[in-house]
Design a protein around this ligand. Structure first.
Ligand SMILES: [Zn+2]
Length: 132
């Protein structure tokens, strides 16, 4: 396992920064959608209960999506913090160097594949940086 080269680090940092901007735009768009739905609801434009439950389901879906986006955004922020600290690319559990191929697939990866697998087994489910 080798450390990241300056070029690799730059490539990954650029991708993290771009992804962060995309996510922010999506979250902002999602937030204004949700606001719009609520306004419609308050204005009583939803005529019958059938439409209302569809509208509510839609809002739930948007919220779930937004939650994922916010979680990914936080992971990216943490990754960018680690770039600043100079600890980016090291596994937060065992401290080994995370292989570039893994970081290329998931630039916000915090753990090496072994630690990620163990983490997922321990806590169940997957987070935003699944093991390869
Ligand atoms: Zn590890």
């Amino acid at each position: 396992m080798t450390e990241l080269t300056a070029t690799e680090l730059q490539t990954l940092t650029d991708r993290l920064t771009r992804r962060r901007q995309d996510l922010l735009a999506m979250i902002q768009a999602g937030a204004s959608d949700a606001g719009h739905d609520n306004l419609r609801h308050i204005a009583g434009e939803v005529a019958d209960s059938g439409d209302e439950s569809t509208a509510l389901q839609q809002t739930d879906l948007n919220l779930a999506e937004m939650e994922n986006e916010v979680r990914e955004l936080r992971a990216i922020d943490r990754a960018l913090e680690r770039v600043k600290d100079g600890t980016y690319g090291s596994c937060i559990e065992c401290g080994c160097h995370i292989p570039y191929a893994r970081l290329e697939a998931y630039p916000a990866a915090e753990r090496c594949t072994d630690c990620q697998t163990r983490y997922e087994r321990q806590y169940g489910g997957r987070d935003v940086t699944p093991s390869l």
